[in-house]
Design a protein around this ligand. Structure first.
Ligand code: SF4
Length: 365
């Protein structure tokens, strides 16, 4: 279905197709240049070709599976590859891809500033975005019209506002987590106007009263894979009341209202306003505060850290975040994802035991 949709974006809408590695990139620029983004999160399951074996087994499965996917000619529809410098592993993938993966199409990079908003990072990001635009203009074969960029920024502002509302009012949404996340993750490949329509359909399912009766949990990680985890949580009597996934909640940007009149300034400001993320060198204090606020606002009764195996940026933060949650007396479970297709029976048992323990937590005191 995804391939047929992307094929139609090229053949019927005349758009260029960009395969995008995770996680964060200034997407409104792609939208303004009529480039459809199709993100490559592995994909999950066993690697799609033997080329995964060219990278050490202690590199995260997103990168190994992406090499297997791209080298296995599964992304032939794409006209190019966007490689944000999310972590050392993705940077490494970008350098071995032409040799090991035979990738001969254009590769465009986006290099994040290292550090919080300050004069030097502002100046750097401004320059980086302008260079990024130049490279994308060459790729798209057209110049960026500032009015079209303003239009794209407004569209993405509406998308972010609605996605944030759906997550904030999760308890009032009459759908299970699997259905909600399937919709939210369609933003990984749908043309943004189509994605906005999907979100509006989800918004119509918001109720005036709380409908979620399960144990409210906060989930934090890179990407909710395997998605069956959400069904397992549902079966165990819990739901995701608060989201801190890099693929979901951490990419929902707050926008200034009104936005700066210069669209480049708007791109820079929204970048720095993003929720803190281990892959954008956010401070641990910022992450601690963000998680504490989220947990309090949604009445969270337990936190599941769901990192990808061997993901250094994420794994470095977890011990310090756990300490903060212990101070708040919130039970924590750490569940590593190997990007497998399904959770093992043993992991499902751990999940069930955690939900039961968190449900009783505090009631025995
Ligand atoms: S899971 Fe972690 S190590 Fe792997 S690509 Fe994402 S940020 Fe990099």
């Amino acid at each position: 279905m995804r391939s047929a949709y992307l094929e139609s974006q090229k053949s019927q809408q005349g758009r260029k197709l960009m395969a995008c590695l995770p996680i964060f990139y200034p997407k409104p620029v792609l939208t303004a240049l009529n480039i459809c983004a199709a993100e490559v999160w592995g994909p999950p399951g066993p690697p799609r070709s033997a080329e995964a074996g060219r990278i050490q087994t202690y590199v995260c499965p997103i990168v190994r599976n992406a090499l297997a996917f791209l080298a296995g000619r599964s992304a032939e529809l794409a006209d190019g590859l966007l490689c944000p410098h999310t972590c050392d592993s993705i940077q490494g993938l970008a350098s071995v891809l032409p040799d090991f993966g035979g990738w001969a199409k254009p590769v465009i990079h986006f290099i994040h500033p290292r550090g919080p908003r300050r004069a030097s990072t502002l100046a750097y990001l401004n320059q980086e975005i302008r260079g990024f635009v130049k490279n994308l203009e060459a790729f798209a074969g057209q110049s960026l019209d500032p009015n079209r960029l303003r239009w794209a920024l407004e569209l993405h502002r509406q998308i972010d506002t609605l996605a944030a509302k759906l997550l904030a009012r999760r308890a009032y949404l009459d759908v299970d987590d699997f259905t909600l996340y399937t919709t939210l993750r369609k933003g990984e490949y749908l043309w943004p106007e189509d994605f906005f329509e999907e979100l509006k359909r989800m918004d119509a399912r918001l109720s005036d009263t709380v409908v979620q009766k399960g144990l409210p949990l906060l989930l934090s990680g890179i990407v909710p894979e395997p998605m069956s985890l959400l069904k397992n949580l549902d079966d165990a009597g819990a739901y995701v009341a608060a989201d801190d996934y890099a693929a979901i909640g951490r990419r929902i940007l707050p926008h200034a209202d009104p936005p700066p009149s210069d669209p480049f300034a708007a791109l820079v400001e929204t970048y720095f306003a993003a929720p803190p993320c281990s892959t954008r060198a956010s401070s641990i204090d910022g992450r601690r505060e963000h998680l504490s606020r989220l947990a309090a606002a949604r009445g969270v009764k337990g936190v599941i850290f769901h990192p990808i195996k061997f993901c250094e940026p994420e794994l470095f933060d977890i011990p310090l975040l756990k300490r903060r949650l212990a101070e708040l007396n919130i039970p924590v479970l750490v569940l590593e994802s190997g990007l497998e297709s399904e959770l093992s029976g043993q992991t499902v048992t751990r999940l069930e035991a955690f939900v039961e323990m968190a449900s009783n937590h505090g009631s025995q005191a």
